[in-house]
Design a protein around this ligand. Sequence first.
Ligand code: ADP
Ligand code: MG
Length: 342
Amino acid sequence: MPFPKPNLIGQSQAMQKILELANKVSDVDFNVLITGESGVGKELVARSLHYYSSRSHRPFVKVNSANLPSELVESELFGHEKGAFTGADKRKTGKFEHAADGSIFLDEIGELPLQLQAKLLQVLQDRCYHRVGGQKEVKVQARVIAATNQNLDKEIQEGNFRDDLYYRLSTISIHIPPLRQRKEDIPDLVVFFLKKISDKNKKPMISIPQSLMDIFYEYHWPGNVRELENYLNRLSILENFRELEEEITASSHKNKHGADKKHDNPAKTSKKSTPEPEELDSFPSLKEVRDKAVRKVELEVIEKVLLHVNWNRKEAAKILKISYRALLYKIKELDLSPPGRG
Ligand SMILES: Nc1ncnc2c1ncn2[C@@H]1O[C@H](COP(=O)(O)OP(=O)(O)O)[C@@H](O)[C@H]1O
Ligand SMILES: [Mg+2]
């Protein structure tokens, strides 16, 4: 299967700078270190570097330094010879060998045990290594791209990361800021993910009401782009109204206060809501944001349908594919009333 084309979305100045830099360095063999919080797109940038390099038809091998038990990392990276240690009943090729003259992506490099940091440094300096328990020299041909969500300066100060390895890895360093610092990217990302979801499900693209976009801007996205993508995936599933309803009923039990707000005129309720200043101060949890968002979407949909059918509730229930009783319950819960009778 050919290596899929990575799509790096983002009009923000920060993203544009990264794209420019990535473009410049994609075809030079310098080691690249990509830093940034989890979910900001480090792996995607690494894949882009590979895709736009002359190595794109060669392997891209990802190694997650955090997932491996420390005694296995060395053999995982560099392979071992038969009989190198107990349990090594076969010769094993390591990730560096798999990567050949492609790219090797060392993810979560900050988690690499100190002892292996020394080994990796040596390998990067000599451009060759021995398999564990082996005699033969194996050449490193792969381009090395590393990533971390840790603050390596701090790790170096605390003695957890070797500064000489840091300098070796970061000939070029690319820092990807968290999503909350480049909120301008949110609209494009939303469109990109919704399009991807609709292509995948072969369904029309769902649209996001302004009220929900407002919430997206308000939220601080600790899980960054990954969290946004997951959220939109969920939302597209919830588009199925029954599931949406279950979700709402479950969350409204835990979140009763949301139902207390009075809407004196349903036509008014779709008006853009401005967050209270104190709301902006404290970051809401994603669950709160989600509950709030789902409520808003639900309110807008039910309201629209009711207006459409002139408040014929039987008709509205049919369109919404929920039972008549469920709709009556919703109307009461959301405090909806026909225009002019509120
Ligand atoms: N700028 C972007 N444009 C499009 N998709 C993105 C972007 N940044 C991140 N993503 C997507 O978000 C998810 C998380 O990105 P990833 O590269 O795995 O983050 P990290 O490695 O920093 O944890 C992936 O599905 C990725 O494709
Ligand atoms: Mg990652």
